[in-house]
Design a protein around this ligand. Structure first.
Ligand SMILES: Nc1ncnc2c1ncn2[C@@H]1O[C@H](COP(=O)(O)OP(=O)(O)OP(=O)(O)O)[C@@H](O)[C@H]1O
Ligand SMILES: [Ca+2]
Length: 892
């Protein structure tokens, strides 16, 4: 018999498990050993060897190799071999760096891998989805993606969308009964939930019947997603730049060779010149350093509780101009405590802290016994029944398992001495209509001991009041007329203006044995009982984060399902709502078109009483106004907006799998302040990349100019190719890497967000590269000319001096690159990595000049102490010139 044909107790036997306590650790171990981890085999992974060779498929490197081979054919064997050696060493380094970057991305993937609630040894616990085995009992609720194939054993309005398997996007309801159909298709197996499908509504419990490749999903091989590494926009732009540089290099080479040969120079000499130019023009070390800088940045973000799921987001973060954030749990602590209750014209207060179920009730400052207050008692009891949360004792402390809003209602009832287990003895739950953020309420159909049936509803008061036709007032059910409605509204507004979150409780008696099928049927003609108001204190760090964002030109917008007045109160406390900004509520929002919203959206700081569906509209309107939008979310219905936003942000703790999958950033701590930190890191990474692009390219410009000017002046070449290569890959490489680790300038969070269309050379970077490159080229050439003039017979000596001047000029230049302004605006030695990198590069240069075995390879000669005076003098000119001009401009 197949699992779908069995009754659930037969399933329990067949799988040798226990529905009330789950599997034992021993059983899990055995099953894991037998069937393996619950994983789908991934598509082909890039092997290490392939990754190694891919380092050389880089077009830049190919040009280089070809050119060197040719020069080898022309007889310069040492050169050819040395250049190839450098290229290989670079390839090996690139390989290890990329491997590390890949590993850290892999670790990221694991950090954001789905978790499953599983019952083992009588305890519910969260474990990674890959550790579940057949026979495990797992539970799932709306928004989860199912981690294995399971036979359903409990269903509360469970609906599952199976399009990943069947292509059908209409959700299917699931139940626990055995199926009689013979060979049903996947879409008809109404008591099985399949791996990879998604819960759109309700919740349930199931027992795992298949894992890994044995699941229905595992059998459809072509659906398996291959992890794709994505390039960021900047990486793409740099790649294009690389191609342009190569073309320029090739054209220059051809020109130089052609002109030279026409003028009667030796073909070999001209060819050497051409190769030198090509080597000089190409920033060989750049791509690897960019990759490393990005992966280091991603790691820094993890340390600050932000997980980047899509690499391009690292850059986009720095462009964000609006953050749209949920309120509850993201800006507030999501630790709710009922403090005020209202019913039939009476207001009570309750004291006590957190989830500790101890506290007293007061009416107008006099202590009362809740069991003497009929309406209060009614409201507390129903709040406890229409509730799915649990309060569990752990180490002398009360821990909430479930939704904090419901937890607060449990606690308020417990303070009055009610007990959930006793109540559930008195009231049997017949059917549940679960909460959703669009309806903003939930209901239960219950039956009491005497056989009377009720609908018990709780939800947003302003919504419930519209569904009520009567109200409990002075112990009697009265018609809910205009006048009383006004009084109720006033009471709700009163609670809300104290920043309290409000939940109304209502009910209605129904005839015995009626079957209520839909929530529309259940949630009408209700009798309003009262309202419970709960505090949810703001997270202390949010206020500062909002301010920092504001200074950084980033607007914070609160989007909440909560009451307009509650939202206003909290938004003002946090500095989100100011005198200039406005509040818009969900009703107004739903009647507006995106175009109409666009007109006003820039003025709005708070969207209240919105449904998740509205979020997409908000994102679109903001984007049409030219904003780069970060949007947070946690539920299934938030996914479209998260996907549409420039930076989709999902909650790590309360977020559903679906929301996480749609997101590009996951907040491990659900905290608004973490978004700010991620933006800060994002800006910093981008600035650091700009720093070393500036640094490396100035070197290339300098090198090209030295060679070109020398050719124009009919001088011999001041640098040989291997020296240039050594500079580009080694002595420039280390400091460039250190720039990638640089701390941000003080004002990164004081600048306006950058435009996402900004090119590599924006904000004066192009000018900085060219002007500095020009100066470096000139001083290098000067050093060469001065020494070559003194003894024209010793070309290698003059070349060594030029080489040292170039390296020194760059090692001084690197300190300028730490700041967008001037070398003087920051402590030049503030970056330790950089200091060590510069020292290492100096040592390497000295080794190349003075260590005899290196001399023939690098065409160097040991130079004298007095030569260093010339070298240092000349190589520091550019920094002095630029710092001087900066000071001049400043004093003007
Ligand atoms: N479990 C629940 N049962 C009944 N009503 C609820 C429940 N949770 C919330 N509500 C009501 O529905 C309203 C909307 O809740 P929703 O979860 O959509 O947004 P929120 O949590 O208030 O705000 P945010 O969007 O900032 O997280 C709440 O203000 C509350 O009145
Ligand atoms: Ca919410």
């Amino acid at each position: 018999m197949k699992f779908h044909e069995m009754e659930i107790n037969q399933v329990e036997k067949a799988l040798d498990t226990d529905f009330s306590s789950g599997l034992s650790p021993e059983a899990v171990k055995k099953r894991l050993a037998k069937h393996g981890l619950n994983e789908l085999q991934e598509g082909e992974k890039q092997s290490a060897l392939l990754l190694f060779f891919s380092q050389f498929k880089d077009f830049m490197v190919l040009v280089l190799l070809a050119a060197t081979l040719l020069s080898g054919l022309l007889g310069e064997y040492i050169d050819a071999v040395a250049i190839i050696a450098i290229v290989i060493i670079n390839g090996v380094l690139g390989f290890f760096q990329e491997r590390r970057a890949e590993k850290s991305l892999q670790a990221l993937k694991e950090l954001s891998a789905p978790q499953v609630s599983v019952l083992r040894e009588g305890q519910w616990m969260k474990i990674p989805s890959k550790e579940i085995v057949a026979g495990d009992i797992i539970k799932f609720t709306s928004g989860d993606r199912i981690g294995a194939d399971v036979r359903i054993i409990e269903s509360r309005s469970l609906e599952i969308e199976e399009s990943a398997l069947t292509g059908e996007s209409v959700p299917v309801s699931k139940h626990i009964d055995s199926l009689k159909t013979i060979n049903p298709g996947i879409g008809d197996m109404e008591n099985i939930a399949f791996m990879g499908t998604m819960i759109t509504r309700g919740s349930g419990v199931g027992v795992v019947i298949a894992t890994g490749m044995k699941t229905a999903m595992g059998q459809i091989a072509d659906l398996l997603q291959n992890a794709q590494t994505q390039e960021t926009p900047l990486q793409r732009r740099l790649e294009q730049l690389g191609k342009i540089l190569i073309s320029v290099a090739l054209i220059l080479t051809v020109l130089v060779v052609a002109i030279g040969v026409l003028q009667g120079h030796e073909l070999y000499m001209m060819f050497l010149a051409g190769v030198s130019l090509a080597v000089a023009a190409i920033p060989e070390g750049l791509p690897a350093i960019v990759t490393v800088a990005l992966s280091l940045g991603v790691q820094k973000m993890i340390k600050r509780n932000a997980i980047v799921r899509k690499l391009p987001a690292v850059e986009t973060l720095g462009c964000a101009s609006v953050i749209c954030s949920d309120k509850t749990g993201t800006m507030t602590q999501n630790k709710m405590t009922v403090t005020q209750l209202w019913s039939g014209g009476n207001t009570w207060t309750v004291d006590g802290v957190g989830y500790h179920p101890q506290g007293e009730f007061y009416r107008e400052n006099t202590r009362v016994h809740p069991k003497d207050e009929k309406a209060l008692q009614q409201m507390l009891i129903f709040g406890m029944i229409c509730n799915n949360s649990d309060l569990v004792m752990k180490d002398e402390d009360y821990i909430l398992d479930g939704d904090p809003t419901e937890g607060a209602l449990l606690v308020s009832a417990m303070k009055a001495g009610f007990d959930r287990t006793n109540l559930l003895d008195e009231f049997t739950i017949i059917k549940e209509f679960p909460f959703d953020s669009s309806r903003k309420m939930m209901s239960m159909h219950v039956k009491d001991k005497q056989g009377r049936n009720f609908i018990v509803t709780k939800g947003a008061p302003d919504v419930i009041i519209g569904k009520s036709e009567s109200i409990l007032w002075d112990g009697k059910t009265q018609y809910l007329g205009q006048h009383i409605q006004g009084q109720v509204q006033e009471a709700i507004n009163n609670l809300a203006s104290n920043a309290l979150r409000t939940i109304a409780i209502a009910f209605k008696p129904i005839p015995t044995n009626t079957v209520i099928l839909s929530e529309q049927e259940a949630e009408k003609k209700l009798t309003f009982i009262g309202v419970q108001g709960m505090i949810d204190p703001p997270r202390p760090e949010v206020k500062d984060a909002v301010k920092e964002c504001n200074d950084a030109g980033i607007k914070t917008v609160m989007i909440t399902g909560d009451h307009v007045i509650t939202a206003k109160a909290i938004a003002s406390q946090l500095g989100i709502l100011t005198k200039k900004s406005k509040v818009l509520d969900g009703n107004a929002l739903s009647t507006m078109s995106v175009e109409e919203l666009e007109e006003v959206v820039d003025d709005i700081a708070v969207f209240a009483r919105v449904s998740p569906e509205h979020k997409l509209k908000i994102v679109k309107a903001l984007q049409n106004r030219g904003h780069i939008v970060a949007m947070t979310g946690d539920g299934v219905n938030d996914a479209p907006a998260i996907k549409a936003a420039d930076i989709g942000v999902a909650m790590g703790i309360t977020g559903t799998d679906v929301a996480k999958e749609a997101s590009s950033l996951v907040l491990l701590d659900d905290n608004f302040a973490t978004i700010k930190s991620a933006i800060e890191e994002g800006r910093n990474i981008y600035e650091n990349i700009r720093k070393f692009v500036r640094y490396l390219l100035a070197s290339n410009v300098g090198e090209i100019l030295v060679m070109l000017f020398a050719m124009i002046l009919a001088l011999p070449l001041p640098l040989v190719p291997i020296q240039i290569l050594w500079v580009n890959l080694v002595t420039d490489g280390l400091p460039a890497m250190a720039l990638g680790l640089d701390r941000p300038e003080e004002d990164v969070m004081k600048r306006k967000p950058r435009s996402p269309n900004e090119g590599v050379f924006a904000r004066g970077l192009g000018w900085k590269v060219v002007s500095r490159g020009f100066l470096i080229g000139i001083v290098t050439l000067l050093a060469f000319i001065i020494v070559y003039d003194q003894n024209p017979d010793n070309l290698a000596y003059a070349q060594t001096i030029a080489f040292a001047t170039l390296v020194m000029a760059q090692l001084i230049h690197v300190f300028d690159c730490r700041s967008e302004k001037s070398v003087l605006s920051r402590n030049p030695f503030g970056n330790q990595y950089l200091v060590w990198a510069v020292i290492s590069s100096l040592a390497l240069m000295i080794a190349v000049i003075y260590y005899p075995p290196f001399q023939p390879i690098f065409h160097t000669l040991p130079i004298l102490a007095k030569d260093w005076l010339l070298i240092i003098g000349l190589s520091s000119i550019p920094t002095f010139l630029l710092a001087g001009s900066f000071l001049l401009r400043k004093t003007k």
